[in-house]
Design a protein around this ligand. Structure first.
Ligand code: ATP
Length: 198
């Protein structure tokens, strides 16, 4: 007997570092879409971010684990780290569907990512397998997904922060209190991350 299809959210990112905006998105989308699981998937080699050095994947993953420790419904995922190589969402989706062929998958993307969806690796294959959960991002205009994507917009309380802004603050010795969870600040300091200017 088969039960209802599990509803699984996939929130991928570089998370360099994870911040309150990410946590708010993951929490809200999980609740609003009534997901059975919400995976926060750390990119191993984020192919979109080759213009700058990226913090080692294990450090980024450790920060995600720290950030989500008190959010039992949000699961840090090592899928892309353990697979190695470039991180393509389609590979992660295929892996999840191999494990749970009936799952209904929602790929969570911020408004800044939506316009570029058709540059994603095997986007045609991806489009057939998932729906998008699109969240607004402060300072970014709303864009409709390209033709052919199934999508739902999810309203999320705006948190105006980016990882780029955080790296800039940290590298000049500033404080990111309030912008990232406390546990992430502890993790950064234990691992000596982003400490260039200090
Ligand atoms: P960077 O500044 O290094 O580009 P980022 O803050 O955009 O990083 P990513 O890890 O690249 O963070 O983002 C992962 C996902 O989270 C993307 O879909 C992005 O649109 C979304 N996102 C990031 N920050 C926010 C935010 N403040 N509000 C809503 N969505 C966000």
């Amino acid at each position: 007997m088969s039960g209802p299809r599990p509803r699984i959210g996939l929130f991928g990112g570089t998370f360099d570092p994870i911040h309150q905006g990410h946590v708010e998105v993951a929490d809200t989308v999980r609740t609003v879409l009534d997901l059975d699981r919400m995976l926060v998937v750390v990119a191993n080699h984020p192919w979109q971010k080759q213009d700058r050095p990226v913090t080692p994947a294990e450090d980024r993953f450790a920060m995600v684990v720290a950030a989500l420790a008190d959010h039992p419904g949000l699961e840090p995922s090592r899928l892309e780290l353990d697979r190695g190589g470039p991180s393509y969402t389609i590979d992660t989706v295929r892996h999840l569907l191999d494990d749970e062929p009936g799952a209904e998958l929602f790929v969570v993307v911020g408004a800044d990512v939506v316009a570029a969806l058709d540059t994603w690796h095997e986007h045609g294959q991806l489009r057939e397998r998932v729906a998008l959960a699109v969240v607004d991002r402060p300072g970014v205009d709303q864009v409709r997904p390209p033709a052919g994507w199934r999508s739902v917009r999810v309203a999320v309380s705006p948190v105006d922060v980016s990882s780029t802004e955080l790296r800039t603050i940290l590298e000049s010795g500033g404080s990111v209190a309030g912008l990232v969870p406390e546990a992430v600040i502890r993790c950064m300091s234990e691992r000596g991350l982003y400490a260039k200017g200090r």
